[in-house]
Design a protein around this ligand. Structure first.
Ligand code: DP6
Length: 344
């Protein structure tokens, strides 16, 4: 028995930073699901060879990878009470990314969502009763347990994760596709990922989230996220790119400000990150073309812009921003349609 899923990465507009309990977010976040940056994972059930409770044979891009294997084994062990077949088979899991691992773009969202989708598909084949319309929501719940941001990757377009009084159906347990009726000017939103530095991050997301527990600005941060989310929802419906840009940049800079002012403190931007940010702001002021930047917990810059200025922005990236990128590397991506099951 084998299943394969290809699942995309996502980039948060409203950031998830800070969590409690078993992978529950301290604020609601909203992201754009990407198209090209994705992970393809297959799960095959084989006859057990050892007496180990959970037997995982994991390969990443064809090679054994003990660090990933350990993370996956811990995750699967936490699920085996719900899915008893996890301990009665040897699990062969093969995974590969559409982007080079060394590019330094976060892959936990795409990899954990792809794995969660494989686990849930197999569970259904093993007899679990699940209404088809519940499949992605339940998959999101399992993805969240592997990596919080991964639950947003199971939906196309925009996804929202975390309880908020702004949306009745929002939940801490899984994401929802939201908003579904956004303005056509946000359709096919472009995301060009400028690789400023491709190395390992100096702080894991898990350690980063933990810093929020004692952060002196934590309460203000969660209040800001709530206010910005409220405005963003209106903006996505009305097509107001200008306000979209100011919210998106404020969120990215606040995330980094929180890291800079935590104890210990981390500066994850590089000089070239700031150089790119300045160039983007000047270009926007000079041309009035809507474009903005966002960052995840690292130095690389995501440039967001509408499809109707694609030509102008790509020319700008090629002529003015490439010199700040490691090996002139840019990944051109855009809003995506969500995960797909790959048929054997
Ligand atoms: C800065 O989802 O990677 O990208 O739940 O510990 O796996 P874990 O964290 P993770 O955190 C993502 C943080 C972020 C913002 C975001 O994606 O919302």
């Amino acid at each position: 028995m084998q299943v394969t899923w290809r699942s995309p990465s996502n980039i948060a507009i409203i950031k998830y930073w800070g969590k409690h309990g078993n992978q529950l977010p301290n604020n609601a976040s909203l992201s754009l699901t990407l198209s090209n940056a994705s992970t393809e994972t297959s799960l095959k059930l084989l006859r057990k060879r050892s007496k180990k409770e959970i037997e995982v044979d994991f390969r990443f891009e064809g090679e054994k990878n003990p660090a990933f294997a350990e993370k996956i084994t811990t995750y699967i062990t936490s699920l085996h009470k719900e899915m008893s077949w996890l301990s009665t088979h040897r699990l062969q899991i093969h995974s590969s990314n559409s982007f080079p691992h060394s590019a330094g773009i976060a892959s936990s969202a795409s990899s954990m969502s792809a794995l969660a989708l494989c686990l849930l598909s197999t569970d259904v084949m093993q007899g679990r009763k699940l209404k088809p319309e519940q499949f992605f929501s339940v998959a999101g719940n399992y993805a969240r347990l592997g990596s919080g941001s991964a639950c947003r990757s199971v939906f196309p377009g925009f996804a929202l994760w975390g309880k908020t009084d702004l949306i009745e159906t929002a939940s801490d347990k899984t994401a929802i596709p939201f908003p579904e009726n956004y303005h056509p000017d946000f359709e096919e939103m472009q995301d060009s990922i400028l690789i400023v530095h491709a190395g390992e991050k100096p702080v894991s997301s898990r350690a980063g989230h933990a810093l929020m527990r004692t952060h002196s600005m934590a309460d203000q941060r969660y209040a800001n996220a709530h206010t910005r989310l409220k405005t963003l929802i209106q903006v996505l419906r009305s097509g107001d790119w200008e306000t979209f840009c100011s919210i998106t940049e404020a969120e990215a800079l606040e995330l980094h400000a929180l890291m800079m002012t935590s104890d210990p403190s981390y500066i994850l931007m590089r000089p070239n990150t700031l150089a790119i940010i300045e160039k983007i702001r000047h270009f926007r002021a000079d041309t009035k073309i809507p474009l903005c930047f966002t960052l995840d917990a690292g130095p690389n810059v995501h440039v967001l812009y509408p499809w109707f200025v694609k030509k102008e922005v790509r020319n700008f990236i090629q002529s003015e921003l490439l010199e700040f990128c490691a090996k002139k590397k840019v990944i051109y991506d855009q809003m995506g349609r969500g995960p797909v099951q790959v048929m054997e």
